[in-house]
Design a protein around this ligand. Sequence first.
Ligand code: GLU
Length: 373
Amino acid sequence: MYREGIKGASRVVIKVGSSSITYPNGKICLNKIDRLAAQISDIHSGGGEAVLISSGAVSAGMGRLDCPIPSSIPEKQAVAAVGQGLLMQMYEKFFSEYSKCVGQMLLTRDCFSDPKRYLYSRNTLFSLLKYGVIPIINENDTVSVDELKIGDNDTLSAMVACIAGADLLIILSDIDGLYNVDPVKNKDAELISEVRRITDEMEANSTTKGNSISSGGMYTKLAAARITMANGIPMIIANGAEENILSRLLAGEKVGTIFLPHRGGYGEERRQWLSVGSKPVGAYVIDEGAEEAILYKGTNLLPSGAVEVMGDFGMGDVVSVRNGSGRIIARGISNFDDKDARKIIGKRTADVRKILGHIDYEELINRYNMALL
Ligand code: GLU
């Protein structure tokens, strides 16, 4: 039974929709935020890592300004600017009650599509986790329009689950999960407990699109599930109003709908992009020991394993990894530009700090950002 496996989840991404933390008039529901903060703090205290994706900026802004749903984009963005601060104030207040520290990240689409920004965002997220902080993430609504926009937080949460290397994504909503037919139109709708494959029928039955405050609905939840399933991460949709829902899910209880990951596992899609879609602009030539470690032990490429740097490239660019006889064994995203890389190849990590005066990354290419060819 797959739910049993959920018990081992240690890095969990949790998404809450606007309706799970605000009233329809936009006023923040303190009780709901308090319960959410308590549950997430418990995950943290139990040794887990939690990342919260919170909607509700537009909604909370409406509550504060006592205004109706804005009709124009600039108005919506202005209202979000008011609401986002308010949301963080509330999260800070309640999480600190439970002795937890939170940090805000506001993301845009290019944090995922631009390799450099992708690296920066991912490294910030990991650093927050390293500090024991609970990251609270939303789309940067005030500046996100058109091609910069992700558009809905279900999709955003799936993308974050991927870059965080999460063990599980939980989407808390005002609905119990996915039904066989649209429950709004059909009283006999039955909850589906486990989904291995998203069928055309499920898509057709899940056309509810949310409203003008929350962009979601079941439609975007299925889109999110497609992303997590392809990346080897299980996703659960459950009702945020259920008592102690997070601890029950993490105890393996069969509530909500779980979307099981496809085989192939975490990171497959990005590796696919690296090996198929990316264009290397330089290369690292590595020694035999590093080749063996990368091919057979699944390690990072460290400066000490590289013997030559080829080409001009920047930090965040894709480069090839060649062995001594010139064969390309992998591709990956470089943590250093070619100039810094030339100074540190062949050196031990301790020396890298002395040479560069700082050290942001220990490895030339992190294993996570590398695809073997
Ligand atoms: N980012 C929006 C907000 O915080 C919500 C997007 C969504 O509902 O998916 O108001």
